[in-house]
Design a binder for this molecule. Structure first.
Ligand SMILES: [Zn+2]
Length: 388
C-alpha cells in the first residue's frame, strides 16, 4: 500500500484548493466510490473506497485539515462557519472528471479532532447499463428476462446496502424499455440514484408529504404497467406493492434481507397474508458484489488458484472492479405450500437445499474457478449472513 506523505509544512491557501481538486480528480480517475477525509489529531487521513474497500491514499498535515474541509464545504455550498453540526450537500466537479460523474454528494460531521468529510461519487457507467453486462449466470439472466416481460407479479431483490441492487433494477427497467417499447414505467425512489431513459422517475421524501405509501397509492391511479419501488421498508408499502403485483402491474423492489427465504418471511412479518405472497411474488433474487482480481498482477498460487498481488493499476490492492454473485428463488408449488403452512426460516432453507437450490456460494465458485476472484473473497462476501 503506498501512502504519500506530503511535506509537513502548511500549504498556502491556494495549495489547499489545488490539493482538494487533485484528490477528487484522482479519485474519479481510479473509480473510487467515496473519498474520506478523517482528522486524527496528528494528520488528516485521506482514503478512497475502491470496490467496497477503504484504502489510505494520503496523509495531510493536521494544520491544513480545517482548510481542506472548509474548501469542500465551499464547493458543496455548506455553511463554512458552522463546524459543530452535521451538514450535507452536493458539489460540482470541474474539468475532465465531470463527464463520467453524474452526482457528487458531500457529508461533513464534527468529531473530537475536527470535522470529518465524506465525498460520495456517482458514476454514469456505460458498461453497467445493460442487464447482460452485470455478470448474472446465464440461467438467472434468462429467467429475469422472462419475469421482466410479464404483465404482473412481484420481483424482489435482496442484499445489504451497497450490493448493487439499484444497478440491477435500473438494468431491468432498461431491458423493458428496450424490448417492450410503449410500456408505461414509473419508479419511486429515495433518492433517484440512476437515471433510466424511458421511465418516469419520482423522488420520495421520507420525511415530507411524498412518502412511499402516499406516492404509490396515487401512482396506481396513473395506470402504470411497470412499477419500481426503491425499497419496501414498511408494512403499508409492502401491502400496496403486493396488491399492485396482484392487479395487473409488474412490480419490482428491494428488501433488506440476508436470503431469499428471509425476504419472503419478512413480508409475512409485515402482515401480508401468506396467500397474497404466494400468489404475487414471482421470484426473489439475492445478490452481492464481489471484488475481481486485478488482471494486471494476479498470479497462479501454489494451490492452482489465482491470488492477488498488487500493482500500481490497482493501488496495491490486487483487485480491480467488482462483479455480481447471485441466487434466485422462484416460487414453485412446494415453496408455496410451505409458506401457506407458515414454515419458519430453517424449514424453508432446508426445503431449498433439498431441491438443489444453487446458492450464491455455488455461483461464486464459478468465478473462483475462472480466476475472476478468490475463495477468500467469496467466503468474506457470503460468510457473514448465510445459513449453510
Ligand atoms: Zn494490480
Amino acid at each position: 500500500m503506498t501512502e504519500n506523505h506530503r511535506s509537513k509544512s502548511s500549504p498556502e491557501a491556494q495549495d489547499v484548493v489545488g490539493v482538494v481538486d487533485e484528490l477528487l480528480q484522482k479519485a474519479v480517475a481510479c473509480g473510487a466510490s467515496d473519498v474520506h477525509f478523517e482528522p486524527t489529531g496528528s494528520d488528516l487521513k485521506v482514503k478512497y473506497r475502491l470496490d467496497g474497500v477503504l484504502s489510505p491514499v494520503e496523509s495531510l498535515p493536521a494544520a491544513v485539515a480545517d482548510n481542506v474541509v472548509a474548501r469542500l464545504k465551499v464547493l458543496g455550498g455548506l455553511l463554512t462557519y458552522r463546524n459543530d453540526i452535521p451538514q450535507e450537500g452536493r458539489l460540482e466537479l470541474d474539468g475532465k472528471a465531470s463527464g463520467k460523474v453524474t452526482d457528487v454528494r458531500l457529508a461533513v460531521f464534527p468529531t473530537i479532532y475536527g470535522q470529518r468529510a465524506v465525498v460520495r461519487l456517482f458514476y454514469c457507467n456505460e458498461e453497467l447499463m445493460a442487464l447482460e453486462h452485470l455478470g448474472f449466470a446465464a440461467q438467472i439472466e434468462s429467467r429475469l428476462k422472462t419475469i421482466a416481460a410479464q404483465n404482473q407479479g412481484v420481483l424482489l431483490l435482496t442484499g445489504p446496502a451497497g450490493s448493487g441492487k439499484s444497478t440491477t433494477l435500473a438494468a431491468l427497467l432498461r431491458y423493458i424499455v428496450r424490448t417492450l417499447p410503449g410500456k408505461s414505467i414509473v419508479t419511486l425512489e429515495d433518492p433517484v440514484e440512476i437515471r433510466v431513459d424511458g421511465a418516469t422517475q419520482v423522488p420520495i421524501t421520507p420525511h415530507g408529504q411524498m412518502t412511499f405509501p402516499t406516492a404509490l397509492r396515487s401512482l396506481l391511479r396513473q395506470d402504470p404497467q411497470v412499477l419500481m419501488i426503491g425499497e419496501i421498508r414498511d408494512a403499508e408499502t409492502a401491502r400496496i406493492a403486493i396488491e399492485a403485483g396482484l392487479t395487473g402491474h409488474l412490480l419490482m423492489s428491494t428488501m433488506h434481507s440476508g436470503s431469499p427465504a428471509g425476504a419472503l418471511l419478512r413480508l409475512l412479518e409485515m402482515g401480508i397474508e401468506p396467500y397474497q405472497v404466494t400468489s404475487s411474488v414471482s421470484a426473489v433474487v439475492n445478490q452481492r458484489l464481489i471484488r475481481r482480481l486485478c488482471d494486471g498482477c494476479k498470479r497462479m498460487g501454489p494451490g492452482g488458484e489465482f491470488e492477488p498481488v498488487g500493482c500500481d493499476a490497482c493501488l496495491g490492492t490486487g483487485f480491480c472492479g467488482r462483479t455480481l454473485i447471485t441466487e434466485m428463488v422462484q416460487l414453485d408449488s412446494d415453496l408455496r405450500k410451505s409458506l401457506l403452512a407458515k414454515a419458519d426460516l430453517d424449514t424453508l432453507e432446508v426445503l431449498l437445499r433439498d431441491k438443489g437450490h444453487a446458492t450464491m456460494l455455488t455461483d461464486g465458485k464459478r468465478l473462483v474457478e475462472a480466476g475472476v476472484t478468490t475463495q477468500d473473497e467469496l467466503e468474506k462476501v457470503c460468510g457473514a449472513d448465510r445459513i449453510t
